[in-house]
Design a protein around this ligand. Structure first.
Ligand code: CP
Ligand code: NVA
Length: 309
């Protein structure tokens, strides 16, 4: 049994194995409908319990299809209906019950501490479905999408992030260190990664640079990533922050500074950080990116269950 909490703690060999398995599974079920089960139903009889403390569309749907396609099933809990939030039941007792009734637990949470606490008390695998500090299932899936579209290893590509230094970027930074790809971050000086992340970047021999000019960041990029300027539960003065990011909005001109065949990726949901004519352009691969989460999360589940071949 293995957990999937943060990319930085998972050996790159295992991450590559997950991607390899996802590629194979995706190819093998080209002609199957969404709810048809993969040959061998490797997670037959298994129950994935999901809980979302924050909104979700894609993560919810993709984990639903992922476990179904592996032959298992899922149950989604609403935190406000559990004793954990209102009745004061402890994480320890909740985790014991989850472990007795289910086979894996996927948590989207507003607290990194809560993930750690659940990890401590669960005897089933736990998957981080987004926390304030990371979004590892998203980024592993995005690496899959990049390699699928570019048909080369991500280590040979120039990846650019233009936007806020948030949970998704933190996971992209970890991925850059693990997979050894060039990552250029374009963000206002005031919004660069946290001290902890800067320390992590500095203590690893890596290919990450941080620029405060979006044009310089876009130059030569094979892929430009962005995300909302205001993340869920971001406790800031919204209009002030949006204003500070005005120069960093992804528009056609900025995309034009990147390589000719540069693609645009965004985990969604989107806000004001990208112009409609980029988001809906041919360069934008956001719908393919979203769907790929099903394929990669299937292989993440198999990894957690120790069933990855
Ligand atoms: N990208 C992503 O995680 O989307 P949701 O918040 O809709 O799950
Ligand atoms: N950074 C965003 C990602 C949403 C999937 C947030 O945390 O709200």
């Amino acid at each position: 049994m293995r957990n999937f909490l943060n990319l930085k703690d998972i050996p790159v060999r295992d991450l590559k194995k997950i991607l390899f398995d996802a590629k194979r599974r995706k190819r093998l079920r080209k002609r199957l409908n969404n709810l048809e089960i993969d040959k061998g139903a490797p997670l037959k009889g298994k129950l994935l319990i999901q809980m979302f403390e924050k909104s979700s569309l894609r993560t919810r749907l993709s984990f639903y299809l992922a476990i179904k396609q592996l032959g298992g099933s899922t149950l989604t809990l609403r935190p406000d209906e559990l004793h954990l939030s209102k009745g004061g039941e402890s994480i320890q007792d909740t985790a014991k019950i989850l472990s007795n009734f289910g086979n894996a637990f996927m948590l989207r949470t507003d607290s990194d501490k809560k993930l750690e606490e659940f990890e401590k008390y669960l005897s089933i695998p736990i998957i981080n479905g987004l926390s304030p500090s990371s979004h590892p299932t998203q980024i592993l899936s995005d690496i899959f999408t990049v390699e699928e579209i570019k048909n080369k290893s991500i280590s040979r590509l120039n990846i650019t992030w233009i936007g806020d230094s948030n949970n998704v970027l933190n996971s992209l930074i970890a991925a850059s260190i693990k997979f050894s790809f060039k990552l250029t971050i374009g963000c206002p000086a005031k919004y660069q990664p946290s001290k902890k992340i800067m320390k992590y970047i500095k203590s690893n021999n890596n290919k990450i640079s941080i620029l405060h000019d979006p044009k310089k960041a876009a130059k030569g990029a094979d892929v430009i990533f962005s995300d909302k300027v205001i993340s869920m539960n971001d406790k800031v003065n919204t209009s002030k922050k949006l204003n500070q990011f005005k120069k960093f909005k992804i528009n056609k001109k900025l995309m034009g500074l990147a390589k000719k065949n540069c693609i645009f990726l965004h985990c969604l949901p989107r806000g004001k950080e990208v112009e409609e004519d980029v988001f809906l352009s041919e360069k934008s691969k956001v719908w393919q990116q979203a769907l790929n989460r099903v394929h990669v999360q299937k292989s993440i589940l198999l990894y957690c269950f120790g069933k990855l071949r």
